[in-house]
Design a protein around this ligand. Sequence first.
Ligand code: ADQ
Length: 465
Amino acid sequence: MSRLVVVSNRVANPHRAAAGGLAVAVRESMRETGGIWFGWSGRLQEETQSPGTEEGVKIETVGNVRLATVDLSRAEYETYYLGYANNVLWPVFHYRLDLAQFDERYVEGYRRVNRKFAQALHALLEPDDVIWIHDYHLIPLATELRALGCDNRIGFFLHIPLPPPLVLAAIPEHAWLVRSLFAYDLVGFQTETDVTHFTRYLEVETNGTQLPDGKFHAFGRSVRFGAFPIGIDLDEFAKLERSREAMDMFDRMREEYSRRQLLVGIDRLDYSKGLPQRLQAFRRLLECHEENLNRATLIQIAAPSREDLDAYDDLRREMDSLCGAINSDFGELDWMPVRYIHRSVARKRLPGLYRASRVALVTPLRDGMNLVAKEFLAAQDPADPGVLVLSRFAGAAEQLKEAVLVNPYDTNEMAEAIHRALTMPIEERVAKHAALMATIRSYDVHWWRRRFLAELESATESAHA
Ligand code: ADQ
């Protein structure tokens, strides 16, 4: 079996409890195949150190996995990471052209870091390695590797949505970005919607043609592509659920909120997650359905994220003020409608919190997939499950059709949907939950990894040939 080389912006410590879908998936894949996990260390290097040399790579061996990391300089962090990845690609790919900051220095830094990663990685590669590159930070990495003579099989998976052609075309370098994808043998997206956006872009912006074997031919090359919706690791989650921390959390929440109906939201504090819109809808619920007064309590956990960026600072202030207003307008001495916590919760406690909640609000304005939706369902008691209120703009909505689907921009509709979720009869809850769990089980993280790697394996005709 070929060695697997995974590349992602950040490399997670496999000793710690997994910090999200990518980390779980990669750890699980590597346990089976062994290999290298390459990426940024998360540290900024001393300015004196020379970048891009093999000596700049720090290697740590954990079991049969080698973690290979490089540091970034402050300038690289500012242009590649904060600048191009998170001030251009993240907002545009989430349809937020208004937040994008196009700046030539950003794209230069992005190219430079991708080249630096390619040089450092190339020195570690063996001819049979299969390389799996993840996410929007590293779109041109295969082009840079090919330029160094690498002809290994290389796959790419985009964790975030691909926007429609006209939105993508707003990025000054859009043609270069899309052409970069043709250096891969396989390009994977989360949903069929993303795949449609990709093929429509190619039809409109290039002279390319779709081939009968599922590839697209453009820029003198052919690339295979498809939808590979990411899932969760149900076994890992079941193990977490049985942990002392999860059980303590469940007991404490049930005791503390015995007279209340709990709603839960768990997100990174990010403008794509629709948090202000969610709070507006919760407020409308309290205004329109008074039986929820003194009863419904929303626990909103928002993990700090990318705090070096202005848009995130604005969101933080907006959230503080919205939560404060709801609590002061509706709260009682013994009831706070919103518990807003601007911290992340230990992963082991999450299942207990999910299970104690009657409703989960997963209402992003745009999201590649959203794993919280799947985790919430996996944590429920099948005999008395909670209800998932899910944005139709989350990638997960393509799969989780039995959830209560909402348009997060429509405050009234969302308030009514939350009301319906809170009052849903038990037979309906049980039936919906069973159907949703069947989907989550069939398309778990192991399915995702196997499907992607099998397809990469069968992409026989190399894109660079
Ligand atoms: P994210 O935008 O981070 O991921 P999501 O998939 O919901 O979004 O969450 C990732 C993980 O982080 C989940 O396992 C969740 O439990 C955990 N998490 C989130 N907030 C937390 C908090 N406050 N405290 C503790 N843990 C928290 C990106 C894309 C998604 C895509 C994933 C995987 O934006 O659309 O689903 O990658 O491909």
